[in-house]
Design a protein around this ligand. Structure first.
Ligand SMILES: *[C@@H]1O[C@H](CO)[C@@H](O)[C@H](O)[C@H]1NC(C)=O
Ligand SMILES: *[C@@H]1O[C@H](CO)[C@@H](O)[C@H](O)[C@H]1NC(C)=O
Ligand SMILES: *[C@@H]1O[C@H](CO)[C@@H](O)[C@H](O)[C@H]1NC(C)=O
Ligand SMILES: *[C@@H]1O[C@H](CO)[C@@H](O)[C@H](O)[C@H]1NC(C)=O
Ligand SMILES: *[C@@H]1O[C@H](CO)[C@@H](O)[C@H](O)[C@H]1NC(C)=O
Ligand SMILES: *[C@@H]1O[C@H](CO)[C@@H](O)[C@H](O)[C@H]1NC(C)=O
Ligand SMILES: *[C@@H]1O[C@H](CO)[C@@H](O)[C@H](O)[C@H]1NC(C)=O
Ligand SMILES: *[C@@H]1O[C@H](CO)[C@@H](O)[C@H](O)[C@H]1NC(C)=O
Ligand SMILES: *[C@@H]1O[C@H](CO)[C@@H](O)[C@H](O)[C@H]1NC(C)=O
Length: 595
């Protein structure tokens, strides 16, 4: 009722200018840890013995490079996960099938499967003729809304029309088909990060080439006996592929004579992150709208209207919407203070980002360690003083508690179909992000068997079940996108010429901007900006300058060296300064507490 009441209040306070309601109040959330298979102490054959798992249904490791929890089955009582089973005995022992990366279901309501376990393996022991050419990518596990199929990395798992949660779905009934993109291998890079549309038919993904990352959208089409391509087994073809870029799109920053123009409606689907709850919008990490402030955006499938969902200075990435399209949960570093030194001053146009974006986005990690926690935000996103709510705010901060900052969020979170629960998973900091030469001591895991990953179920205590909105009728052809049939090559993209430019504030003032390129690599290597009374909103004014020079490593394009000088004063609605000095800012070290 609490929540419904707020919705009424929000409607009453709708801003006539924008249609954006007042932000919701924070709400009460309880967190529970979900069960996983027991931990075996070693990888040795047979280490998963009867003392550890008397039911012979598999063991997992203390650490795993492959573990990933996914989303809910339609009944809301199960979530799907990729686990890595270890320590199985050799065949012909019945338990030998519990080995390697597998897809499991976990009960979320305390119930058990008929085996007595709160989990069940869907992919273990599937006859080899039912699983020909299983693709190695088994990430981002997802259950289709029809409950009968799972997207398992670059594979579709299907139980012959039986719902996956049913006891009748046994290994002999399961088929696993690889997903095949005929055009994918060469010009456009290998597909990654596949996410299914709520219509269970369309799919989105990203791929890297030397020119950067692009994202795509296509339809899954079952091909029982392929007569072309390199994969001649029953497979799902990706057909009707759209490159998620306008055919002759505008770049977010373009030169027009001696002026720079910034277009916040330019579509730049960097890394695809999925779809809204109804499937009317594509979610992605896109070009920054404020300097060094990396955010999640949504673009409407038909209209191409871009919405910025997050604007907190820190880094947002994985995201999931509720099925009524009214809420999303994102994995975000906000509260960790890892990005505040470079993005804490708001309302700076994203000019230095032309050279800083790779380094800026990498500050969310320390190697395998992410600094994410789940953040609950309404569909209109961050605005004013509203930056959503930490889902795991409660807890006493002790080792292993729900808000222990040594347990960091991973991808992807998910809402239960009725909107009353959120599932997310976390991993514990492990060497080399702690211990050894790192001054941060390594915590001792409080999870079962010393496990360093855990799946958490959040109950939104005051919410009533929602009704999902109808799934958006997603087209095969996205009107604003670029058709990308087999054999197509990537169109050339806009390249900002080096030179001296003026960017005019939308309200007042200007920014004299100098852009220099590396003549050999043809990439921007230096941006220098001098702000004079610059203001886009008539409330925040910038004065001073910022200059960043990028030096790329000859051997590793991901290794960026930046020489960064800032001396910016902000006046108006906020008095602030951004000034570089010698040495690391103290808050750039790993925080122990952030709530
Ligand atoms: C199972 O392995 C553990 C060591 O990992 C050992 O202590 C235990 O005795 C074993 N149990 C059986 C039944 O072999
Ligand atoms: C299992 O082996 C892998 C490498 O093969 C290693 O990364 C992992 O830590 C091992 N797990 C356990 C529980 O020993
Ligand atoms: C991709 O490259 C391989 C090897 O370079 C070549 O054999 C194959 O025909 C190419 N495929 C396409 C679709 O261009
Ligand atoms: C491959 O075969 C499928 C039908 O099996 C057809 O739809 C598709 O156009 C073919 N692709 C190419 C590149 O010939
Ligand atoms: C794309 O835009 C460029 C630059 O504005 C223009 O020169 C070119 O003709 C356009 N191409 C098409 C196909 O519209
Ligand atoms: C912190 O909370 C945990 C439960 O999450 C409890 O076991 C522990 O006693 C609490 N510690 C303190 C110091 O309150
Ligand atoms: C909690 O973990 C830290 C390492 O992060 C460790 O130094 C400390 O001893 C642990 N505290 C307890 C009570 O186990
Ligand atoms: C840009 O301005 C700088 C001085 O600020 C000058 O040295 C440089 O030659 C100019 N570059 C161009 C392309 O005009
Ligand atoms: C900013 O500083 C000026 C001068 O000290 C002061 O008049 C103004 O009230 C301050 N503004 C804010 C928002 O604090």
């Amino acid at each position: 009722m609490h929540w419904l009441f707020q919705a009424v209040v929000s409607t009453a306070t709708l801003s006539l200018a924008t249609g954006v309601p007042a932000p919701p109040k924070s709400e009460s959330i309880d967190i529970f840890e979900l069960p996983l298979p027991p931990v075996a102490p070693t990888n040795d054959t047979g280490a998963c013995n009867t003392s550890i798992n008397p039911r012979h249904t598999g063991c997992i490791g203390r650490t795993s490079d492959f573990f990933q929890a996914g989303d809910f089955a339609p009944d809301g009582n199960h979530v799907v996960a990729t686990v890595e089973f270890i320590g199985a005995p050799l065949a012909p022992h019945a338990a030998s099938i519990f080995t390697g990366q597998q897809l499991i279901l976990i009960k979320t309501n305390g119930a058990r499967f008929s085996t007595g376990d709160p989990w069940k393996c869907l992919s273990c022991g599937v006859p080899s003729q039912n699983s020909r050419s299983l693709d190695d990518a088994r990430d981002y596990p997802h259950i289709a809304r029809n409950g009968q199929q799972a997207l398992w990395g670059h594979n579709i798992l299907y139980c012959g029309g039986i719902t996956l949660v049913s006891e009748r779905c046994t290994p002999d009934k399961v088929h696993i088909y690889p997903i095949y993109w005929p055009a994918g291998a060469n010009s456009s890079g290998s597909p990654r990060e596949m996410r299914m549309h709520p219509d269970d038919k369309h799919i989105g993904w990203s791929a890297f080439t030397s020119g950067g990352e692009n994202s795509y959208y296509g339809r899954l089409q079952f091909n029982e006996s392929p007569t072309n391509g390199t994969l001649r087994v029953p497979r799902y073809d990706l057909v009707g592929v759209n490159l998620l870029a306008k055919p002759n799109g505008t770049a977010p920053i373009m030169a027009q004579g001696s002026e720079l123009k910034i277009d916040d409606q330019a579509i730049g689907v960097g890394e695809l992150r999925g779809f809204s709850g109804a499937g009317d919008e594509i979610l992605y990490i896109g070009p920054t709208h404020e300097a060094n402030n990396i955010d999640v955006f949504a673009v409407h499938i038909i209209t191409g209207v871009v919405r910025r969902l997050t604007s907190h200075p820190e880094y947002a990435d994985p995201i999931a919407f509720s099925r009524d399209n009214q809420w999303f949960v994102t994995m975000d570093t906000r509260g960790s203070n890892r990005q505040m030194w470079m993005a804490g001053m708001r309302h700076i146009p994203p000019l230095v980002d032309l050279v800083t974006v790779t380094a800026a986005s990498s500050t969310r990690n320390n190697g395998a360690r992410r600094f994410f926690q789940p953040i609950l935000i309404d569909r209109y996103g961050d605005r004013g003083d509203y930056f959503g709510q930490h889902v795991n705010y409660a807890g006493n901060g002790t080792n292993g508690s729900v808000n222990d900052p040594n347990w960091n969020g991973k991808a992807d979170p998910a809402f239960s179909p009725d909107g009353t629960h959120i599932v997310y998973w976390q991993s514990l900091v492990i060497p080399p992000a702690c211990g050894e030469s790192n001054p941060l001591p390594c915590p001792i895991s409080t999870a079962q068997g010393g496990r360093t990953y855990r799946v958490m179920l959040a109950r939104l205590a005051t919410r009533k079940p929602i009704s999902p909105v109808p799934v958006f009728d997603a087209p095969d052809t996205i009107p604003w996108a670029t058709q990308f049939p087999p054999g197509a090559s990537l169109p050339s993209t806009y390249s900002l010429p080096p030179g001296n430019y003026t960017l005019r504030g939308k309200h007042s003032g200007f920014a004299k901007t100098r852009i220099a390129k590396d003549p050999l690599l043809n990439i921007i290597k230096m941006v220098s900006v001098e702000y004079t009374d610059f203001s886009d909103d008539g409330e925040h004014y910038l004065h001073g300058h910022e200059a960043v020079t990028l030096t790329l490593s000859a051997s590793d394009p991901w290794l960026n060296h930046l020489d960064w000088y800032s001396d910016i004063l902000q006046t108006g609605a906020t008095n602030a300064s951004k000034k570089t000095g010698l040495g690391l800012p103290s808050h750039n070290k790993c925080p122990r507490k952030y709530f």
